[in-house]
Design a protein around this ligand. Sequence first.
Ligand code: APR
Length: 249
Amino acid sequence: LLLIIVAVVLGVTLSKETNQFQSVFFSRCEKFKGHDCQKIWEAFQQAYVNQDPCDVPMEAYDPLITAAPFKPTCNRMMFWSKTKDVVHEFTEKRDCFVTLEDTLLGSVLDGLTWCGKEGSSETFTSDCPGWTDCENNTVRSFWNRVSAAYADIACGDVTAMLNGSIAVPFSPTSIFGSIEVKGLNATRVKSLNVVLVTDEKNVTNCTNASLKDLQKELAEGIKYNCKEVPETQIQECGSNPQKPCGSCW
Ligand code: APR
């Protein structure tokens, strides 16, 4: 009898690692009102629990997207590449633009690592495969899938903040280059407006060759613009709530 009790307890209790991850998931999720976080958690888990962490395709997260769909915020959608800190510092302070990481799914999982294991119902947060260790790893497939969904609903004039302090601001192998740009739908998206974030060194400007590649990837009918904007100007606009969004750059 004791053995049975021990077995049952082991079967229904989850490790500290799983519980800690789950509590971060719920506390972040509950900041968004009007969503069933339990349902979203279950849809999330089914993608990777009891799976080989290197064999989780993007499509495994389809039920998660259905459970927590993205709502279009036309003319305010912001994409980015190699500008994580400056873009989020800005969107946290001002409501001008919305990045994927400001939405429910993006903000719940931002900065986290998770994976499952075959034969286990746990969520692990250590010893998970790294970003480039295998193509279909749990975390990378998640970001690929949510990025595709976010690009798919994009509408109106969309903005992308790219890094003008590096030699190649547009990389075709980044998520922005490989998934989001290709996923913009010309029936909904009017224009893509690149904000090239510059510093004093002026490493790159809007004539950069990689930005020509970006334009080639855009679906026919989507207009393209590029503007060089000093990082200090973006920071200033972030700290000046009186400044209208349209006059930030
Ligand atoms: N190793 C580890 N993490 C990586 C790697 C890598 N090689 N590549 C990307 N990442 C993760 C990191 O968390 C990093 O901060 O993705 C983040 C963004 O990577 P970038 O190369 O800066 O940008 P990109 O791949 O274009 O992704 C950003 O995708 O998240 C969406 O909508 C969002 O437009 C944004 C775009």
